[in-house]
Structure formats: C-alpha cells, structure tokens
Design a protein around this ligand. Structure first.
Ligand code: SF4
Length: 363
C-alpha cells in the first residue's frame, strides 16, 4: 500500500487535487484551440477515456478568444496554457477558465506575474506553476551551469514562495525535465520541503511505445514514493492514449482503478489453445468498458488456477478448452471456440448485477 505525501488541497473548477483526493488524470488537446469544434470534440473523447482536467494551448489572441465557448461546453475543467504573454493570460482570465498554467521562466516581469495572480485570486482560478528544464531562469543557469535537479527544485521553491508572498495559494507545481532521474530527484527535493500539490509527468517522453515506458518508470517511481497529486503522460500520439497509459500506471500501483484489467500469461511451450487470439478478441470487445474488474486469461494449469481464482473472472485454459472461473469458483468448462463469448456473457451479467460498480474507481 502506497502512503501518499500529505498535501494541501487545490481546486481546478470542481476537481480537487491533493489532500485526500485520488491522483487526478489530465491531458492536453493537440488541436488548434481556435478551432472550437475540433477542440471540443477532442475534449469529449478525452473525457470519455477518463480525463478529468484538460489543458488547451493559448499561443495567440485568436486562441484566447475561443476559450469562453470551449469552457462553456467542456464536460471537464479547462486549463489555458500560457507562455510568454501576460496579455494573453489576462484575456484567458476573462474567459471563465478554471485554471491557467504559467511558466515564470518565460514571463520575466515579476510585476506582471503578481497582477495575474491577483486576478486569479479574485476569480478563483487555479494556477499550475510550471518549471521546465528548457526554460529555467538565467540566474540559475549561471549558478548551476545547466538545469540540474537542484536548480529545477530551487526555481520551483523560489516561485512558490513568491506566489505565497503575494497571497496566492490555490496553485500546484510541476517540475519537468525529459531526463527521468533528474525529474525524480527534482520532485523529491521539492516534495520534502513543502505541502504544495505536485503535477507529475515526464515531458516530451516520446512516441507511444517508448514514451509510455519512460513515463511509467518516471511517474511510477515518484508515485511509489508517495509523490504526485495529478498526472499527465506526455506522448507524441493521440492524447486519448495518454489518458489510457496514465490509468494503467495508476492501476498498476493500486492508486486508481478504471475499467477492465486483463491479466494474461506470456504463453510458452505448454500452451494448447491460441491464447494471443483469445486475449486480443477479449481486449477488443472490452475496449472502453469501465467496469472495474480483473479478468485473468491463463494458458495452462501451472499458474492458471491460482491467477484465475485471484481475479474477478477468468479462463484457465487446457487442451482446446478452458475452465471458466468467477469470483474464485469454477463455473463451467468451455471449448476453445466458445470461450470468448462465454467469458463476455458472464462479464455482461456482472455488469448488470450492479455489484461491481459502474465507471469504477478508487482513490
Ligand atoms: S501459464 Fe502455462 S502456458 Fe502460460 S506461460 Fe505459464 S506455464 Fe506457459
């Protein structure tokens, strides 16, 4: 059981981050924000996949002007991503937005940052204070030579103190670098010194496959240390993929549960059914299913009986057939041809029973 770091609560719209809230899953749209229709369509897909807060880029005035319509129609709180321009930040603050992401490293005017924070306080808008290895302040680069973990943590601590000094506390911090070890270390240093909630992730992790592994290692280690109140997996892929990977990471650590968890063996020379085909079909048929249950599909009796019994439902395969287990008990023997259908039929009954919850989740 992971003991999570005690943090203070921050609210982005109606979503609580930190304190006793479950680790919140976020993503970011990759559409042009001024294309309202496409952006909202992607936000809806992200929401269906389980995304709880969405960030949209606001690089131009045209994008900032699209925000009111997007915020009004989004099913989840929206954060505007602001870089370089205080003017766009002020425009975003007029849009009904739930949060903004500010990177003080690229808005050098402290007076302007103070004004933005005062406006956020007035309008109850949350801020994500973003520290990135690519945009660290000049003075820290001079002090450390390059963006070390210590330099990133020092920047995050400096700006957190600045925010608090001007009376602003509804913020969380993200400290991101694309180097996994640097990222872990920087977050650890910061976490030991404050109770400010942390948004964690490995920035620019890469394409889907490699990026998911890198994210799982970096985010997973931090979560295991109890660090991380909200998470974004950054992939060069459809953002819906980011949400799925985030839930897989959280599910692996027992921090969240959403949808079916399939446990299947790697297969070996003992196998007597086409297990990869069975798993593929089950995965396809259950795509998008939110019932929070464990389904075991095991190739032979070596581990099958044990695994199938541990799961909510499972198949323990043998010679061209399988034993179908449910809630720890064998309920029937099914042939290879009918095993997928029979398994799905029983899962449908489980869903209809209402006993396992709907879009299940646990914090
Ligand atoms: S469960 Fe059986 S078939 Fe699957 S990998 Fe283990 S020994 Fe091989």
């Amino acid at each position: 059981m992971i003991k999570r770091r005690k943090t203070r609560p921050v609210y982005v719209g109606n979503v609580k981050i930190g304190d006793d809230a479950p680790v919140v899953v976020q993503s970011m749209t990759d559409t042009k924000t001024h294309n309202i229709e496409e952006t909202l369509s992607q936000i809806n897909r992200l929401h269906e996949a389980g995304c709880e807060i969405v960030r949209v880029a606001a690089p131009t005035e045209k994008d900032a002007k699209a925000l009111p319509e997007i915020v009004k129609n989004s099913p989840i709180p929206v954060i505007a991503d602001i870089h370089f321009s205080p003017r766009i930040a002020f425009l975003a603050l007029e849009s009904g937005i739930h949060g903004i992401r500010l990177n003080p490293g690229n808005i050098s005017d402290e007076g302007k940052i103070k004004e933005i924070l005062q406006e956020c306080k007035k309008k109850n808008i949350a801020v994500r204070l973003g520290i990135n290895s690519g945009s660290l302040e000049e003075r820290l680069l001079e002090k450390y030579g390059y963006p070390t973990a210590e330099a990133l943590a020092e920047s995050a601590l400096y700006w957190s103190e600045f925010f608090e000094k001007v009376g602003f506390t509804n913020f969380k911090v993200s400290i991101k670098g694309s180097d996994v070890l640097q990222n872990i270390q920087a977050n650890k240093i910061f976490a030991e010194k404050t109770d400010i909630p942390l948004h964690i992730g490995i920035t620019e992790a890469g394409p889907s496959g490699k990026g998911s592994i890198k994210s799982a290692v970096g985010i997973g280690i931090l979560l295991y240390m109890g660090i991380g109140d909200t998470v974004r997996v950054s992939l060069t892929a459809d953002p819906v993929e980011e949400v799925k990977v985030a839930y897989q990471i959280l599910q692996s650590l027992g921090l969240r549960r959403r949808g079916i968890e399939i446990i299947s063996c790697p297969t070996c020379g003992r196998i007597e059914v086409n297990l990869p085909e069975v798993v593929k079909k089950v995965e396809e048929k259950l795509e998008g299913e939110t019932l929070p249950i464990k389904v075991a599909i095991m190739g032979c009796v070596v581990n099958a009986i044990g695994e199938a019994r541990e799961a909510d439902i499972g198949l323990a395969c043998g010679n061209r057939s399988a034993l179908l287990f449910k809630e720890g008990q064998p309920i029937k023997r099914v042939s290879e041809d009918e095993m997928v259908d029979q398994l799905l039929k029983e899962i449908k009954k489980m869903k209809e029973s209402g006993k396992y919850g709907g879009a299940g989740d646990k914090g």
